[in-house]
Design a protein. Structure first.
Length: 92
């Protein structure tokens, strides 16, 4: 019996679960992991990847790359942080 992580569909299911978690906890935190898991599942299904250490390394690299690309495409929200230029205790 193969380990569950060496089967391609387990990576795709992990990606879908992480996608649902991203919807529930917004902030573009889990989306990179979700895309990385789905791409790792696709590469495993095509027979390109075999062995858990290689799969984990590819998952980590693909997750980082996809997160960086998504952050570059969607950007950060400008004006999200309020910068105070005077103290409340200062006299007007």
């Amino acid at each position: 019996m193969d380990q569950i992580w060496t089967v391609w569909w387990s990576w795709v299911v992990l990606g879908l679960v992480l996608g649902v978690v991203e919807v529930l906890v917004p902030g573009y935190i889990f989306v990179g992991f979700a895309v990385g898991a789905v791409l790792t599942g696709a590469l495993t299904g095509l027979g390109i990847l075999s062995g858990l250490p290689l799969m984990l390394a590819v998952f980590a690299v693909l997750s980082l790359i996809s997160w960086l690309v998504i952050r570059k495409l969607l950007g950060t929200r400008e004006g999200q942080v309020k910068i105070w230029d005077r103290d409340i205790n200062d006299n007007p």
